[in-house]
Design a protein around this ligand. Structure first.
Ligand code: SF4
Length: 91
């Protein structure tokens, strides 16, 4: 049930973002910039399960990169199954 709720939230999130399909959204913690490509997201919710203090589809912005260390962000991003999440180092 919880999984279905997470999937539904991501579906709604993508509906809201339909106008920006093909674009990227970025969220920074000051050291690492999290890059999210909505059109690639499979809504598996792995990000929400691994770092719920960062990824919360019920809130806006739904990614709060400042709530995790750079290492935590990079480790989680490497587990994203779709490639929707990536990152770049801030200068
Ligand atoms: S882990 Fe990646 S594919 Fe899964 S919900 Fe998060 S952003 Fe989307």
């Amino acid at each position: 049930m919880k999984r279905a709720a997470i999937a539904a939230l991501f579906f709604i999130l993508n509906l809201i973002n339909w106008k920006i399909m093909g674009t990227t959204k970025t969220y920074s913690n000051g050291e690492v910039k999290v890059i999210w490509k909505p059109e690639l997201c499979e809504h598996a919710g792995i990000c929400v399960k691994m770092l719920p203090q960062v990824y919360n589809p019920k809130e806006r912005p739904w990614i709060k990169a400042e709530n995790a260390s750079s290492e935590e962000l990079k480790n989680q991003i490497s587990k994203c199954p779709s490639g929707a999440l990536s990152y770049s180092e801030e200068k």
